[in-house]
Design a protein around this ligand. Structure first.
Ligand code: MGD
Ligand code: MGD
Ligand code: SF4
Ligand code: MO
Length: 708
């Protein structure tokens, strides 16, 4: 089954580029050396068409890297981590969990999952929390990623599938509005799907930075709109205002397919273009031109990314984008549409099968009695045995070590001390835990703080399924034997459940877990019951919902939306005062995001030499005019600080950023972690934190030995 070419998909982002892994020698399980044990070749697939980005090309470097964990680690009396046997580690974890639970109750144990886990792992983790631990305290890093877009999608359409159409539908588009996404760096092969709109002069990018993606639009044909950070909501209200005022709305569609028009019309009335210009800095003439293009630009798509979603008003901003798309009659119209670009490898599937605090498999609500009864029956328990809803990630982390809060935390697939907002406070909260258990294959910054580290498998060593940004379920396939010290997470959950005395099924075979997931999801919103491994292995396209005996659903909304009456909701939204305070004297708005070479907290990509060499340390992008005012030259060491903390990096001068802002990637740890500066204020609907606009001051640091 192994040691021959395996058709699989990239371990990183939601584009899930197809790749073929070929073992370089027959002894794939040999002791760790520097040489990658497989070669990586891009494979033809509708999302990537054979292409891969740098991260994909170098993904095999980590498989046998010296930094790969080879045995469980336990924190000793000396305060250091020491290698231990699996039995010793698992016995210790189960014993301490039992003890903490007996003394403080089941909710004193928390679970933090990740959107990179396979569907099988995410599903079993949710089951493990609810049955083996009996805790309601489970949430995951998708809260930082997809929660605002998901909340807005559920509210408007009654369903949350990031792209309700195949990505290839973009190829024929004449107009594409990209709101707060830098796909040229975050999903490079994606830009192949923008070529048609670009050629048609209809590529429009809204980003406070002139990113690689914005440059595709800013080519004399399309348009780059550069609003002040955090002002997309008024911008979108202004666009809707022009659409209505100039009678550009698709009134037949609005009448037949939506409800809520009157309230939205009233809510956008006060957002005339000149007022929007004053708030956003985007000229009124540009707004009018943009609205007209969207209304008359033929096959048109509106797409959002984290730049408009990761805000305290991210749900409302995503809602305003949906309202605009509905006014234009785009969702469900052939050749047009609205969508959000899911980020993590399994960011879509990871939000469907029970890692979210309020959710059971199949995108069911944990508070819905019928959903509880269905899942309880599949799990062989009674509904009363299932805990109720827990709390979202930020609240979960804030409770660590606090009276009545979580005292033991299990982490599966997140480097949360680097990637969570207000990371300094998170670090202190983690220190207050009685027990931290981290499953990972590298010693991430979070794993380095753990009492117990359990080494797990990497993508090339495991079987399972992922659901990509299109809602398409795909197979992850094993290309080589895992190293002897690492263990499959399904088996870890199985072993822990057994040690905790839980008699429910915890299969270790991913195929068996998927069969159970099918049953658990059956009849739910994200229904996978018609999908099995044989179907996926046959190469069939499997978009959910895919009911048993039915077919998949590449395109949603052609005839109806998922609300009972079949209509979409136009939801009136308006900016809240003080959601995004403008920078005061001496302050800049901190914009955070990504670089091509690094993935997320950098736990993986900072361990790939080629990627680290390309982006070795934190660089703060500053406008030359701002830098001059602050007495900073290119390459100077700088401190970026606010009341929450401070970080150190080097200045990178670029006219691609607005003079009132500074950009930091969040890919670095220790004193280079951008999240030491981000606040843990959250969106009231989605509990998404504010990652994209915080206020900071930037100062030049004097290097030791250098003249001031
Ligand atoms: N290289 C790389 N690729 C990745 C990842 C990675 O870490 N590295 N992560 C994956 C994941 S999980 C995700 S979620 C996706 C994210 O993919 P994207 O959404 O493309 O990524 P970001 O860089 O977070 O944000 C996109 C843009 O939003 C802009 N922005 C910031 N504030 C605002 C604002 O107020 N308004 C507007 N309109 N724009 C704003 C930023 O300048 C940035 O260029 O990428 C995926 N792909
Ligand atoms: N300032 C700022 N902060 C942000 C963002 C931002 O734009 N700005 N973006 C946010 C977003 S969109 C996201 S998605 C988060 C992501 O941030 P994190 O949740 O920290 O995600 P990763 O860095 O991918 O961490 C995943 C960890 O799990 C490990 N891992 C990978 N696969 C597996 C597996 O199968 N099992 C287990 N057990 N471990 C595995 C990896 O080695 C790594 O250590 O960051 C958020 N934080
Ligand atoms: S775009 Fe995403 S899925 Fe494709 S190779 Fe790069 S990281 Fe991997
Ligand atoms: Mo994400």
């Amino acid at each position: 089954m192994t040691d021959r070419p395996a058709p699989t998909h990239c371990p990183y982002c939601a584009l899930q580029c197809a790749m073929t892994l070929t073992p370089t020698d027959a002894s794939g399980a040999a002791a760790p050396t520097d040489a990658p044990p497989v070669t990586v070749v891009g494979r033809e697939f509708p999302t990537n068409r054979g292409g891969l980005c740098k991260k994909g090309w170098t993904s095999a470097e980590l498989l046998r890297a010296p930094s790969r964990l080879g045995a469980p680690l336990l924190r000793g009396a000396d305060g250091a981590l020491h290698e231990a046997s699996w039995d010793e580690a698992l016995d210790l974890v189960a014993g301490r969990l039992r003890d903490i639970r007996a003394r403080h109750g089941a909710d004193a144990v928390g679970v933090f999952g990740g959107g990179g886990l396979t569907n099988e792992k995410a599903y079993l983790l949710g089951k493990f929390a609810r049955l083996a631990l009996g805790t309601s305290r489970i949430d995951y890093n998708g809260r930082y990623c997809m929660s605002s877009a998901a909340a807005a999608g559920n509210r408007a359409f009654g369903v949350d599938r990031g792209l309700p159409f195949p990505l290839a539908d973009l190829d024929d588009a004449e107009t594409i509005l990209l709101l707060g996404t830098n796909v040229a760096e975050t999903m490079p092969p994606f830009i192949g799907h923008l070529a048609g709109a670009q050629a048609a002069g209809g590529l429009i990018v809204v980003d406070p930075r002139r990113t690689a993606t914005a440059k595709l639009a800013d080519d004399g044909r399309g348009l780059h709109v550069q609003p002040a950070p955090g002002t997309d909501l008024p911008l979108l209200l202004g666009l809707a205002h022009v659409v209505i005022a100039e009678r550009l709305a698709d009134t037949a569609y609005v009448a037949e397919r939506t409800i809520g028009y009157d309230a939205v019309r009233r809510s956008v009335a006060p957002w005339w273009p000149e007022r929007v210009q004053a708030v956003t800095g985007v000229p009124a003439t540009t707004l009018r031109r943009l609205a007209r293009r969207l209304a008359t630009g033929g096959r048109t798509f509106v797409l959002t990314g984290r730049g408009v979603e990761q805000h305290v008003d991210g749900t409302d901003t995503a809602t305003a984008a949906i309202n605009l798309a509905l006014l234009l009659g785009l969702p469900g119209r052939p050749g047009s549409g609205y969508g959000t670009l899911t980020g993590q490898g399994n960011g879509q599937g990871g939000r469907e099968h029970g890692q979210k605090c309020d959710q059971l498999p199949g995108y069911r609500k944990i508070t819905d009695p019928a959903a509880r009864a269905h899942v309880a029956a599949v799990w062989g328990v009674v509904a009363d045995d299932l805990p109720g809803p827990g709390v979202p990630a930020i609240e979960l982390l804030a409770s660590l070590g606090r009276p009545g809060g979580v005292r033991a935390l299990l982490v599966h697939g997140s480097n949360l001390v680097v990637s969570s907002p207000n990371a300094g406070a998170v670090r202190r909260a983690v220190d207050a835990l009685d027990l931290l258990v981290v499953c990972d294959f590298v010693l991430s910054e979070t794993a380095a703080l753990a009492d117990v580290v359990l080494p797990v498998l990497q993508w090339a060593e495991e079987e399972g399924t992922m659901t990509n940004l299109e809602g398409r379920v795909i197979r992850r396939r094993r290309a080589l034997e895992p190293p002897p010290g690492a263990r499959d997470e399904l088996r870890i959950l199985h072993e822990l459940a057994r040690r905790l005395g839980c008699t429910a099924r915890f299969d270790t075979d991913p195929g068996a877990v998927f069969e159970e997931l099918r049953l658990a999801s059956e009849g739910g919103i994200a229904d996978y019951s018609g999908i099995d491994y044989a179907l996926l292995d046959s190469g069939a396209e499997a978009y959910w919902p895919y009911p048993r005996g039915g077919t998949g659903t590449p395109r949603l909304f052609a005839d109806r939306f998922a609300h009972d009456d079949g209509r979409a909701r136009l939801v009136a939204v308006s900016p809240r005062a003080a959601a995004h305070p403008a920078p005061g004297p001496g302050e800049l708005t901190l914009v955070t995001g990504r670089l091509l070479e690094h993935y997320q907290s950098g736990a993986q990509t900072r361990r790939v030499p080629e990627l680290l060499d390309a982006q070795p340390e934190l660089r703060a992008s500053l406008h030359p005019a701002t830098a001059e005012r602050l007495g900073i030259a290119d390459g100077d060491p700088v401190e970026i600080a606010n009341v929450l903390g401070s970080v150190h990096g080097r200045a990178r001068l670029t006219a691609d950023i607005r003079p009132d802002a500074v950009f930091l990637p969040f890919h670095y740890g220790d004193d280079q972690a951008a999240n030491l500066l981000t606040s843990d204020a959250v969106d009231p609907v989605s509990s998404m934190p504010e990652f994209k606009t915080n206020l900071v001051r930037v100062t030049r640091l004097v290097e030791a030995g250098a003249p001031a």
